[in-house]
Design a protein around this ligand. Structure first.
Ligand SMILES: NC(=O)c1ccc[n+]([C@@H]2O[C@H](COP(=O)([O-])OP(=O)(O)OC[C@H]3O[C@@H](n4cnc5c(N)ncnc54)[C@H](OP(=O)(O)O)[C@@H]3O)[C@@H](O)[C@H]2O)c1
Length: 233
C-alpha cells in the first residue's frame, strides 16, 4: 500500500498546510502518509470554500502566497515525519524548475496528464534527470474523443503484439519511465490493466513518431479548477 492525499488549492497559505494535512491524515486514520502533493500550483482564496467564486462566477485566487512558500510548509511536514515524501501536480516545467531550485526537499512525484497525445517529453526528461517520478494521469486519455484507444497506430500495434489497445498504452507509459494512474469500473478491464508486457522497441518508436495528435483533455493545469472526468456509466 502506498497512500497519497493532496493539499487542496484553498490551503496554500503556509499556516493552513499543517491543519489541512492533519485533517486528511485523521480522516484516513493513519500515522503518516507516503506522499503529499500540492494538487495545483494555483492558490485559491484561503478558507473553507473549496471552489471560491465571485459574483460573476470567476474563481477567486489568492495573490498573497507563492508556491515556494507553500512548498516550504510541506517540507516541514516531512521534517516532522508525518509524510514520507512530497510532490506537485498539474504543474508545468517552468514552475517545476522554480520549486526544484528553491527546494530543500525535492519533489518525489510530479502528477500531470500524460498519454501519447500529450507526451510531455521535456518534463519527463527533466524529472528523470532530477530523480522525480512523473505520474501520468489520464493514461488512456480519460476515455474522451478523439479516443486514444481507437487510434489506428495503437490498434495496429495491439493486433501485432496480441494485446488490447489499453494494454499497449499502459505498457508505453511504463516503458518510457513514467508511473501511471488509470481507473475502471469494469472488473475485466481492471484485470486486463495489470496484465502488461514489454512492447518491442519499434512499437515504442511508432507511438512516438506515428501519433501526431496533440490534445490536453483536462484543463485543470490552466486554472486549478478540476476538469471534467467523464464516466462511461
Ligand atoms: N491531478 C489531477 O488533477 C487529476 C485529474 C484527473 C484525474 N486524475 C487522476 O487520474 C486517475 C485516472 O483518470 P482516468 O480514470 O480518467 O484515466 P484514464 O485511464 O484516462 O481513463 C479511464 C477510462 O478508460 C476506461 N478504461 C479503463 N481501462 C480500460 C480498458 N482496459 N479498456 C478500455 N477502456 C478502459 C474506463 O472506463 P470504465 O470505467 O467504464 O471501464 C474509464 O472511462 C483518476 O482516478 C484520478 O485519480 C488526476
Amino acid at each position: 500500500m502506498f497512500v497519497t492525499t493532496k493539499l487542496w488549492n484553498n490551503n496554500h497559505r503556509p499556516e493552513r498546510v499543517k491543519p489541512a494535512f492533519e485533517a486528511s491524515r485523521q480522516r484516513l486514520r493513519l500515522d503518516y502518509v507516503d506522499c503529499y502533493p500540492v494538487h495545483t500550483p494555483f492558490a485559491f482564496q484561503p478558507g473553507d470554500e473549496q471552489d471560491p467564486r465571485d459574483e460573476r462566477g470567476q474563481v477567486i485566487y489568492d495573490p498573497g502566497v507563492t508556491l515556494v512558500e507553500t512548498w516550504q510548509a510541506l517540507e516541514c511536514l516531512v521534517d516532522e515525519g508525518q509524510c514520507k515524501t512530497i510532490g506537485l501536480s498539474n504543474i508545468n516545467l517552468e514552475k517545476l524548475r522554480e520549486i526544484v531550485e528553491a527546494a530543500r526537499i525535492k519533489p518525489a512525484v510530479v502528477e500531470v496528464e500524460s498519454h501519447p497525445y500529450l507526451p510531455e517529453w521535456d518534463l519527463l526528461e527533466y524529472c528523470q534527470r532530477h530523480g522525480i517520478v512523473l505520474l501520468a494521469f489520464a493514461a488512456l486519455g480519460h476515455g474522451m474523443e478523439p479516443r486514444l484507444l481507437d487510434h489506428p497506430v495503437i490498434i495496429a500495434i495491439a493486433q501485432r503484439v496480441r494485446k488490447t489497445p489499453a494494454q499497449v498504452l499502459l505498457a508505453w507509459a511504463v516503458q518510457r519511465g513514467t508511473a501511471f494512474l488509470t481507473t475502471s469500473v469494469t472488473p475485466a478491464r481492471i484485470q486486463e490493466n495489470f496484465e502488461l508486457s514489454t512492447l518491442p522497441e519499434d512499437a515504442m518508436q511508432e507511438i512516438r513518431d506515428g501519433v501526431a495528435t496533440r490534445i490536453r483533455f483536462n484543463i485543470v493545469v490552466e486554472t486549478g479548477v478540476p476538469g471534467f472526468i467523464p464516466r462511461g456509466r
